[in-house]
Design a protein around this ligand. Structure first.
Ligand SMILES: Nc1ncnc2c1ncn2[C@@H]1O[C@H](COP(=O)(O)OP(=O)(O)OP(=O)(O)O)[C@@H](O)[C@H]1O
Ligand SMILES: [Mg+2]
Length: 359
């Protein structure tokens, strides 16, 4: 019997690796060992042989040494580059190894929030009005002076709430300039200035092959409805006390219809694959405004939004991993064997495209 070897690519949150000069949320997007362990256990229980590949240099060494047939990718990439999420899939494409999730191009685009907004806008999806502040020169300050307030300021190439604080919502030009300066200096990248959309925060999980909305979750503050509520880092770190998750979200029918349509339009125009999570703000008039997409959403059991949505919609953690794998295998035209069915000698591996001798 030949058992398929699946590698997991990931970046672990290693506190010792943070430089003293980095912002305190520098490692926020990286994964905890328990997430890798949970994915590994599901894949093993499905009968696959699992290889933990890690990230960065360790990943490069292991991917050349280990003969894996497929990679389950959750690696966020190294450094602060806006295309860091593309690093692992780019290497895998170079080596001809199939993997789960979006390709390097989509991952690179989606970490760049202004670029992503331009693309979804061309597909007819509403997104808050915005400008990008690359430096605080006089031309930019003049542009900021006419920008509608309140506004919302965030780093242009981050996720996991990095750089999103209570102070991100600004009501005066003075606060706006100060917050732009904070982002430019702390995150060393442009600041995205958006019109603040009062209303509800919703996040939409999509699974693929074919693309479908798996569930919609509304994030609500525990201390009562507040259209100015912001799902900031302070709130995420204290989520148990501060918020509750409503899933499925109780939205008016016309809102939900448009939200589903706009989510799938965005998934398609951005070229997402296998899974993605979309964040929208629903205005008080019921218009869904696209905020951002996470083509590599967090997968921490019992904690990450995508996992919570899946659970509330009736999918266990192992079912979720199985569905992601099934989508990737379908797309790659690889044979998918659910739990307890292995590859046999009569069924040679259709996916063994990696050949060390070619290197
Ligand atoms: N234009 C806006 N108007 C109102 N609120 C906003 C706006 N942009 C962001 N927010 C608030 O800030 C939160 C985080 O913003 P966003 O989703 O862009 O950041 P992120 O760090 O990429 O998120 P994630 O943790 O999902 O990766 C949103 O969920 C929302 O509550
Ligand atoms: Mg978000």
């Amino acid at each position: 019997m030949i058992v398929m070897r699946i590698g997991i690519a990931y970046d672990i949150r290693d506190v010792s690796a943070v430089s003293c000069e980095g912002p305190e949320d520098a490692l926020e997007e990286y994964d905890l060992p328990e997430t890798v362990e949970a994915i590994s256990q599901v894949l093993s229980s499905m009968g696959y042989s699992v290889v933990k590949l890690g990230g960065g240099r360790e990943f490069l060494q292991r991917i050349l040494r280990e003969e894996v047939d497929f990679v389950f990718n959750i690696a966020e990439g190294r450094g602060t580059y806006r295309s860091r999420e593309a690093q692992v899939p780019a290497v895998l494409e170079m080596l001809g190894i199939p993997y789960s999730g979006s390709d390097p191009q989509t991952l690179a685009i989606c970490l760049d929030k202004p670029l992503t907004k331009r693309l979804v806008k061309t597909a007819g999806v509403a997104t808050p009005r915005w400008i990008v502040a690359e430096s605080l020169n006089s031309r930019l300050i003049n542009a900021l002076k006419t920008f509608p307030l309140p506004a919302f300021v965030k780093p242009a190439y981050e996720g996991s709430s990095k750089g999103i604080r209570f102070s991100s919502k600004v009501g005066t030009i003075k606060e706006l300039i100060a917050q732009v300066r904070f982002v430019l200096e702390t995150y060393r990248q442009p600041a995205l200035v958006e019109e603040f959309i009062p209303g509800d925060d919703v996040t939409v999980a999509v699974l693929d092959s074919p693309p479908r909305v798996t569930g919609i979750m509304r994030v609500l503050p525990k201390d009562g409805y507040d259209p100015d509520f912001v799902y900031s880092l302070e709130i995420k770190r204290d989520w148990n006390e501060r918020i509750f998750y409503e899933c499925p979200a109780q939205l008016p029918e016309f809102v939900e219809k448009r939200l589903r349509r706009d989510t799938l339009k965005s998934f398609s125009v951005l070229g997402c694959r296998d899974l993605s999570r979309f964040d929208f703000r629903i205005s008080t008039e019921g218009i869904p405004y696209f905020l951002e997409v996470n083509p590599l959403p967090g997968m921490r059991p019992g904690y990450s939004d995508f996992v919570i949505i899946a659970e509330r919609m009736g999918y266990s953690y192992s079912k979720l991993i199985e569905l992601i794998l099934e989508s990737a295998f379908k797309r790659l035209k690889m044979k998918f064997f659910p739990r307890d069915e292995h590859y046999s000698n009569e069924e040679p591996l259709k996916c063994r495209v990696f050949d060390k001798r070619r290197l």
